[in-house]
Write a protein that binds this ligand. Structure first.
Ligand code: ADP
Ligand code: ZN
Ligand code: ZN
Length: 716
């Protein structure tokens, strides 16, 4: 009699098929085998899964079961740890197992048929053999043999001694990357099979890091030892990296959040760089936090986990309190910057209350920028808003450039004279006159990076920089301003090209969004300015101050990294609230003080990390329908079997419109669910899933487009 197999396939999101499907096979295939199975008229990739304990195979009519189509037995099994990671992620983030499992595999495994895949595997087997190792004695102990700093030595000693998880709390420029390199190297030398996973938040940062790892480890472990995983790679590259990791030949996997699901049979170390970065949170499908899964995975597989940041997330910071206060993470501290200009930049606050109304650059800031231009140094100005101006306005009739499809204004982009909605993409040419009253005098309100660049060019028009080449400009050259934001870097390679121009000194002043504040090592920049950071101080999002503080600290960390440039670098902040505690802490570069203040507020308000949250979002053509679904599902929570024990630990808030209420003509509502206990929240969400599914089928679910649960949401 043929065997019955449990197989996970990627089923449609809300098909209610949360678990594996049953198929027939002539031979008993072990869990973790990759197979191809028929589903309807299609043939899909599937993963043989562990048989559920509570389902008796005999309840299914064998006559109705279909046999599997193929077995991909050239690929090793997905091991129990990987399957457990997927199982946990699906259950914790309230998604179907099949969806999570299949999304965690490279797209080509799904898309190629068996013949194509077999060919690919053959080719891979020929090229991916591990290279010859160099004798360990040739390996430098630090960068090019440079000795570790005492702080690095101390951090590594602690890391070796304890099991973790570790939070490496190191200032920007304190040499965290060197600590990562060193710990990875130690591990790979000591354990000939061991693998390490190193995660970074942005695709943009992977080439830099990959180059550094390759230079360092290529000669020791061979070029196939380092692979990357991120969404910017071609499907073929992704398959190649995945196979390398899965076979164990790749010793080091570098990647963005998706890499947390990489199949690595001998995973012994996970590093999460810039662990506070919001991009570790997946914002669609299974909304997982790669950082949190990394910690889980480390415990599951006995791999050490090191989270690193100069401005840790308040959650991680909270976990790294002394053990006696209940902290679970080991904090490793590296407060000092390395190098001759080790001092952190001087933070200067400009009180905009004392500046002429509507001034964009305070006079002292402008002077400071001009002074640097004169010295041949660079400045960086950032503003978190792209485009020319966030809204066009008619002063006569009060018309504003609203998006007809979203609850947002369309942004004025002067360069191509368009009004563009940044939410749904709706784009039109700028009207010649006010569409309502015909007034030809419609004017931009507010300012984005494009306008800031234009304004700065006007202000600096008369300024000359020292001659770099011959004497084409007898009285000095005009100032060179560049802008980097999502608009100027849309095409592949443009960001790299623009960054290269900054690095080579072809730019005097760089204007941009937060894109330029993160990660990049701008060695010749000695002044960083945030022209209008105040919004975040009074945002309805309780995480806004945390994000602002870390952004400003990161930005400040960009300044003054070049050993050749003497003198103090500066971080300027223009604000109407110079005495705000956030800026006070920034001035002292005092993350711990900032964190203490924030955590105290969060504790008093019972906010995360002192409580646990989930959001249910609903989308429909009308706000009423979206809210009615949430309200009905909330009311039905009392029908849960354990309602009496459970509900006292759970707060279900009323359904409200999302802060971006309408996008592309779809109304969006959300409901917050909160509990002081993570376990209670998890238990509730799991039980409540079926209520949500049922409610969808009832009159209250009529007209609903979709709903989704977001566990540990980052934006409320
Ligand atoms: P972080 O990641 O903490 O911002 P990096 O790892 O980029 O810091 O290090 C900052 C700078 O210090 C880099 O230029 C790096 O090459 C240098 N550096 C790191 N460790 C050492 C060391 N032990 N001796 C000398 N220079 C070092
Ligand atoms: Zn008008
Ligand atoms: Zn829109």
């Amino acid at each position: 009699m043929p065997h019955q197999l449990q197989v996970l396939v990627h089923t449609p999101v809300h098909s209610q098929v949360a678990g594996p499907l049953t198929y027939l096979s002539d031979i008993a295939l072990p869990a973790g085998t990759l197979v191809r199975v028929p589903l309807g008229k299609r043939e899909l990739l599937g993963v043989v899964w562990d048989a559920p304990i509570n389902v008796a195979a005999s309840t299914l009519d064998p006559a109705k079961l279909r046999p599997i189509a193929d077995t991909l037995d050239a690929i090793a099994l997905l091991n129990p740890a990987w399957r457990q990671l997927v199982t946990f992620a699906a259950s914790y983030y309230q998604r179907a197992l099949g969806e999570v499992a299949l999304a965690a595999l490279p797209p080509q495994l799904r898309d190629l048929n068996t013949q194509q895949l077999t060919r690919r595997l053959k080719k891979h087997a020929q090229t991916a053999a591990p290279d010859q190792l160099n004798p360990a004695s040739e390996i430098p102990s630090g960068i090019d043999g440079v000795a570790l700093t005492p702080e690095q030595t101390q951090a590594i000693a602690q890391f070796d001694l304890k099991t973790g998880p570790f939070l490496l709390f190191g200032a920007t420029g304190s040499g965290k990357t060197e600590v990562y390199l060193h710990t990875v190297q130690q591990l790979l030398l000591n354990q000939p099979d061991a693998q390490a996973l190193v995660m970074v938040p942005e695709i943009n940062l992977t080439p830099q890091l990959e180059a550094r790892f390759r230079t360092r480890f290529g000669p020791i472990f061979g070029d196939n030892a380092v692979v990357s995983m991120h969404s910017g790679m071609t499907p073929a590259q992704r398959l190649k990296s995945w196979l390398g990791a899965h076979s164990g030949a790749a010793r080091i996997v570098l990647g963005t959040r998706m890499a947390v699901f990489a199949s690595m049979p001998n995973l012994k170390l996970i590093i999460v760089d810039e662990e506070h970065d919001p991009s570790y949170k997946q914002q669609e499908g299974a909304r997982y936090s790669a950082r949190d899964l990394a910690v889980y995975r480390g415990r599951l597989e006995g791999a050490k986990v090191m989270l690193g940041s100069a401005t840790p997330s308040l959650e991680s910071w909270h976990h790294s309190r002394p053990a006696i206060e209940g902290g679970r993470y080991v904090r490793l501290e590296m407060p000092s910057r390395i190098g001759p200009n080790a001092a952190l930049p001087l933070v200067r606050r400009v009180d905009m209350n004392h500046q002429p109304k509507k001034s964009v650059f305070a006079a002292p800031l402008l002077d400071a920028i001009i002074e640097r231009i004169g010295r041949g140094e660079q400045s960086m100005v950032f503003l978190n808003r792209r485009g020319y101006s966030p809204v066009l306005h008619c002063a006569d009739c009060d018309w504003k450039s609203e998006c007809p499809h979203c609850s947002a204004f369309r942004v004025f982009h002067k360069i191509d004279r368009t009004l563009r909605c940044h939410h749904c993409g709706f784009t039109e040419r700028v009207p010649r006159a006010c569409p309502t009253c015909g007034n030809p005098d419609i004017a931009p309100l507010g300012r984005g990076t494009e306008r800031l660049e234009e304004h700065l060019a006007e202000l600096l028009a008369g300024v000359r920089r020292p001659n770099s080449v011959c004497d084409q400009w007898p009285e000095g050259e005009p100032v060179r301003i560049a802008r980097i934001d999502a608009d100027t870097t849309k095409l592949k390679g443009e960001l790299e090209a623009q960054l290269a121009r900054v690095h080579s000194g072809e730019v005097d002043v760089l204007v941009g969004t937060q894109m330029i504040a993160k990660g990049h090592d701008f060695r010749r920049i000695t002044l960083v300015a945030a022209v209008n950071p105040d919004n975040a101080l009074f945002s309805s999002d309780f995480r806004a101050p945390e994000r602002l503080f870390s952004l400003l600290m990161q930005a400040a960390g960009r300044a003054g990294r070049d050993a050749d440039i003497s003198g103090q670098s500066e971080m300027w902040v223009q604000t109407f609230h110079p005495a705000h505690p956030l800026f006070e802490a920034l001035k002292r570069h005092d993350y711990p003080a900032f964190a203490a203040g924030q955590l105290q507020e969060r504790e008093q308000a019972a906010m995360p990390p002192f409580s646990f949250q989930a959001l249910v979002r609903a989308e429909a053509r009308t706000q009423e329908v979206a809210q009615a679904f949430l309200t009905a599902a909330s009311a039905a929570a009392v029908t849960l079997e354990d309602a009496e024990q459970l509900l006292p630990h759970i707060t279900l808030y009323p359904a409200v419109p999302m802060s971006m209420q309408r996008v592309a003509n779809v109304e969006r509502a959300q409901m917050l669910i909160e509990s002081p206990s993570r376990a209670a929240l998890q238990y509730f969400l799991t039980a409540w899933q079926s209520v949500l599914h049922t409610t969808r089928q009832q009159p209250e679910g009529k007209g609903l487009i979709r709903w989704a649960v977001d566990v540990d949401p980052l934006a409320i």
